[in-house]
Design a protein around this ligand. Structure first.
Ligand SMILES: [Mn+2]
Length: 321
């Protein structure tokens, strides 16, 4: 029986993939993303397909569901990205669906397979949860207590930071991490990953210094625009909030036809994906993501309007209690 694992290439995706591989050790692991899920599924030939940490793209949802219904494979789908109820219902007819927006994909898949894999694989679920800022769920919080939390954070950070390094950019290198984790190894066992993480964390502190110089404050939004480097968008957005002491931080990049915005907040009472969606919607953009990590894509020249809309929403719908 051939099993195929399709997962995302970030920390949560790598960990969710490793948990799936732990359960099906002979499976093939492939990385994908929402925009390529449809074509990757078309090429997927397997008796069982496990999909983890991949959102269903609104544009492709219809075709993906049709394709899934034609496939003879058993499909297991674990995800935590927001999805419309209508699509969720239809997905349920063609897959075994495990969706929960309030937990990491790694937690969801670990919960499902926990009785069939070694107990210590919970570590991988914890690393994945930390990678997506989703470790504050009841399930993960309870289990973190069983272990040395400082070691767990060290290992989680080794993945989160290490995979940002060029050396681990390729899918082959990420597949190697999945493989080692699935067999019970830790991120620090992956040759070169700790050193890669160290280099990246040094860069991240340099990035902080740049943001400190460049960040601008408008109401409760701190932001930087078009920095000379493209990486670290999450930390850049967070630092923009920190150094300007604003509720929301943003990292903005001008692309050919739109502005690409990454959003973070230190104020966990604001559901960032809802804020991003609402504010972008008002100016013909689109926004979304996770509760604590979101983004938007807005028309060129609309940055001031977008920020004004965020400030308005922060004063009304998301007023600080
Ligand atoms: Mn995820």
């Amino acid at each position: 029986m051939r099993t195929l694992i399709l997962t995302h290439s970030d920390c949560d995706g790598i960990c969710a993939g490793a948990i799936a591989l732990s359960r099906f050790p002979n499976a093939d692991v492939f990385f994908t993303k929402p925009v390529s899920l449809l074509s990757d599924l078309k090429n997927a030939e397997a008796d069982r397909i496990v999909i983890t940490d991949i959102a269903i793209n609104r544009r492709d949802a219809e075709d993906i569901i049709k394709l899934m219904s034609k496939k003879k494979s058993e499909i297991l789908y674990f995800d935590h990205h927001p999805v419309a109820d209508r699509i969720k219902k239809r997905l349920k007819n063609v897959t075994s669906l495990y969706i929960n927006e309030n937990a990491s994909a790694s937690e969801l898949i670990y919960k499902y397979f926990q009785r069939e894999i070694p107990r210590e694989r919970i570590w991988i679920a914890i690393y994945g949860a930390i990678g997506d800022y989703e470790e504050n769920t009841e399930f993960i919080e309870e289990r973190i207590l069983n272990w040395d939390v400082r070691a767990l954070y060290f290992e989680a950070s080794t993945i989160v930071l290490g995979i940002k390094h060029k050396r681990f950019e390729s899918y082959d290198k990420k597949r190697m991490i999945v493989d080692i984790l699935s067999k019970g190894g830790n991120p620090s066992d992956v040759p070169g990953l700790v050193l890669a993480a160290k280099k990246v964390v040094n860069e991240e502190f340099d990035v902080y210094e740049v943001v400190k110089k460049e960040a601008v404050k408008r109401g409760e939004v701190g932001y930087v625009k078009d920095l000379s480097f493209f990486g670290f968008r999450g930390p850049v957005a967070l630092f923009a909030s920190t150094v300007t002491d604003s509720r929301i931080g943003m990292s903005v990049y001008t692309r050919k036809n739109h502005l690409d915005i990454t959003m973070r907040s230190r104020d966990y009472s604001v559901p960032l994906n809802v804020l991003a969606d609402d504010a972008a919607d008002a100016i013909d953009g689109s926004g979304g993501g996770h509760v604590h990590a979101a983004g938007a894509r807005i028309p060129l020249g609309k940055l001031d309007d977008f920020i004004a809309e965020i400030n308005r929403l922060l004063e009304t719908k998301f007023r600080r209690k």
